[in-house]
Ligand binder design. Structure first.
Ligand code: TLP
Length: 349
């Protein structure tokens, strides 16, 4: 199977598996796992923050960050397609008692002007805005990247008004690759950042939350409340350390494959995409011109050994990663061209 559903499907490398087997471990709830401690200090250094916390998932990292920066009954401003709003089972409300205030953007990148219009002070009718959440890269907008100046303006203006900024940086290493900037420069102005080890970086499990030492001490307690106290988690952290050390330098290849696929898709009749908009490893494309629903295309691709998910009725998303090489991407394109042309389908026979 050529699996382009997500970069979450990446399998650990042989080196990660070896490191997992040999990892020194201890009870991390007591803070005694040396490999977790090393991963946390390495992640903090990469993010340029005082401290970092190893969490099992990106969802838990975002959930804890929202809790750190808000009180019940407050609002969180985010893009209309934000993962925290659309793909985390209402965790904003469920754990933090907050409401998301979505902002409509064309490309997933919110400007300060758009945000400023939605900020609410506490009043007799309106709930207070507490947090601004930015997603970099923005997943469902197609892996789009925040320009540094936009992040700096949002954070500067937010902080002047006593608002916090959390970055869902699940794929911030892809943003770093696209901008040719170190992660620490991208996340410098945000209060907290979550980034995933288990997506394009290839670790089997885990994400990091980074911020001030004080916030991370509180975050540790929320992690425990959520059932995320993981004991001998060094087995997982060992793979995470290798992911941090080795994987970022090869993300450029994923981006090149994504651009190649976007150019190929643009040449398939019935598929709509602007290849110039593909900045990282996520490719969104529209399929209504094929006359087939996205779910049907997904199904027919599966019969040809290619996995690509629909997003809604007429959109599809493919995500490149190190487990699918250039040849695999070319085979997926050929399958897409066949399916879009109705080759071998019931309709064509
Ligand atoms: N994204 C997954 C799905 O949940 C959609 C994917 O396949 O892309 N923030 C962002 C921006 C994400 O894309 C994801 C996962 C998360 C947070 C959550 O990470 P996990 O899956 O570790 O909870």
């Amino acid at each position: 199977m050529i699996d382009l559903r997500s970069d979450t499907v990446t399998k650990p490398t042989p080196e990660m598996r070896r490191a997992m087997m040999e990892a020194e471990v201890g009870d991390d709830v007591y803070g005694e796992d040396p490999t977790v401690n090393l991963l946390e200090s390495r992640a903090a250094a990469i993010a340029g923050k005082e401290a970092a916390l190893f969490v099992p998932t990106g969802t838990m990292g975002n959930t804890i960050a929202v809790k750190l920066h808000t009180h019940h009954g407050e609002e969180v401003i985010c893009d209309v397609r934000a993962h925290v709003l659309e793909y985390e089972l209402s965790m904003l409300a469920w754990f933090s008692g907050c409401v998301g205030r979505p902002i409509q953007t064309s490309d997933g990148i919110m400007s300060w002007e758009q945000i400023a219009r939605e900020i609410r002070p506490l009043g007799p009718h309106r709930a207070r805005t507490a947090l601004i959440e930015i997603e970099d890269t923005n997943n469902i907008a197609g892996g789009t990247v925040y320009p540094l100046a936009v992040i700096q303006e949002i954070c500067g203006q937010a902080h002047e008004r006593g608002l916090k900024v959390h970055m869902d940086g699940a794929r911030v290493f892809n943003a770093a690759e696209a901008l040719s900037k170190p992660v620490r420069e991208i996340v410098a102005p945000v209060d907290t950042v979550m980034f995933c080890l288990s997506k394009g970086l290839g670790a089997p499990v885990g994400s990091m939350l980074a911020g001030t030492a004080e916030d991370m001490a509180r975050a540790r307690l929320y992690r425990k409340r959520l059932g995320g106290g993981m004991r001998q988690a060094g087995v997982l952290a060992a793979a995470g350390l290798i992911a941090l050390e080795q994987s970022p330098r090869r993300l450029g290849e994923d981006h090149r494959n994504a651009r190649m696929m976007a150019r190929g898709l643009a040449g398939i009749p019935g598929i709509q995409i602007d290849p110039a908009k593909v900045q990282t490893n996520i490719v969104m494309f529209e399929v209504s011109g094929t006359g087939l629903p996205a779910a049907e295309i997904s199904w027919r691709l599966k019969e040809r050994g290619v996995l690509i998910n629909p997003v809604g009725a007429t959109w599809m998303r493919l995500v490149t990663h190190y487990d699918v090489d250039r040849e695999g991407c070319e085979m997926a394109l050929a399958a897409l061209a066949e399916v879009a042309a109705g080759v071998g389908s019931v309709a064509a026979s």
